[in-house]
Design a protein around this ligand. Structure first.
Ligand code: AMP
Ligand code: MG
Length: 322
């Protein structure tokens, strides 16, 4: 998986050279299975960045389905037996992910956990499950079988073995929380790069927009296939080249799955980048549009009045709202 990790590391470039007198301060650490790099431009208080990494740790404790001490792990273990009350923070995230599942007719699927676990891509999985296993597992991925009770903030699964997976919004949510924390602490200019899921806080220290380069999936060639200009916004990318395994016959199986087929999603989109001030939303939509393909993907991006860049299979770059 080392190769996949490196791809994630470089999946987005931010052109951040600056002539300003204050020295920017950067820290890079491995978190959420990826390389996270945070740069603050205009605040001397260096403890702010360690506060930001603490926020990532908090988010992991909330939604990491593999960490037996996380809140979601506890929920997934118990919600088939009885309805489980969760924290307001987790309930709000589950609500958003559930609503996105309904809106995209399951292209984004909050209940995809059992299928993610079966394939195990990025988590040691290197073989294709049998058709029978896939068929059986798909029966556990119907989000309509998740019952949310707003009043008690509780969650119930109608089938034994169901699991909620918030992996498709986790980095976006962590970026939103860090951006909020930085704003509260007076930071006006920062880059929060969580494995290519990038939040450009405020504007560039030189007072102009940031320029973000979208990494070409072709790792042999490197470089970027497009740039986008933005300020106080996140750019979130989903692509099938981020985490995958390759079989001996040369087939590639990546980590974004279709709960219609049970296999890695296949559309005309190779890489989908969404630009939004709301990074949680951008994260959900990057995954959803990758599954939906460019036609339906464009409709949904327009529905939210957002900007997006799709790299298509035929090499075309489709820009929406830009
Ligand atoms: P992302 O890289 O943001 O597109 O998210 C991919 C992650 O979300 C995977 O590693 C899974 O944990 C989860 N996932 C995979 N397929 C889906 C899907 N169709 N809907 C929601 N989450 C998914
Ligand atoms: Mg996503």
């Amino acid at each position: 998986m080392r190769k996949a990790l490196l791809v994630v590391l470089f999946s987005t470039f931010v052109f951040s050279s600056c002539t300003r007198s204050a020295e920017p301060y950067t820290e890079t650490e491995l978190r959420m299975d990826t390389v996270c790099s945070i740069t603050v431009y205009d605040e001397d208080d260096r403890t702010l960045i360690s506060g930001a990494f603490d926020i990532i740790d908090d988010v992991v404790k909330l939604i990491d389905i593999y960490d037996s001490s996380s809140e979601i792990y506890h929920l997934n273990e118990n919600a088939s037996k009885e309805s489980v009350s969760v924290s307001p923070e987790l309930f709000a995230l589950i609500r958003r992910a559930y609503d996105m599942s309904v809106l995209t007719d399951g292209a984004f699927n909050i209940a995809i956990g059992p299928l993610v676990e079966l394939w195990g891509i990025g988590n040691g999985g290197e073989t294709v499950p049998s058709a029978e296993e896939i068929e059986k597992t798909l029966l556990l991925t119907d989000y309509n079988n998740i019952i949310l009770d707003e009043e008690n903030r509780s969650v119930l699964f109608l089938k034994e073995g169901m699991k909620i997976d918030l992996g498709a919004l986790g980095k976006g949510y962590a970026a939103d929380r860090i951006a909020e924390y930085f704003r509260e602490n007076g930071v006006e200019s920062a880059i929060i790069n969580l494995g290519g899921n990038v939040y450009m806080l405020g504007s560039h220290p030189e007072g102009r927009e940031w320029t973000v380069g979208l990494q070409s999936p072709d790792t042999e060639r490197g470089g970027y296939f497009a740039t986008v200009a933005c300020s106080d916004s996140s750019v979130v990318t989903s692509g099938g080249y981020e985490r995958y395994f390759e079989t001996e016959d040369g087939n590639i199986y990546h980590h974004i799955l279709s709960s219609k087929t049970g296999y890695p999603a296949s559309s005309d989109i190779v890489s989908s980048s969404i630009i939004s001030r709301d990074s949680t939303l951008a994260d959900m939509l990057s995954t959803a549009t990758f599954v939906l393909g460019s036609k339906k993907g464009e409709e949904i991006v327009n529905q939210f009045s957002l900007q997006a860049v799709f790299l298509l299979e035929n090499g075309d770059v489709k820009r929406i709202g830009i």
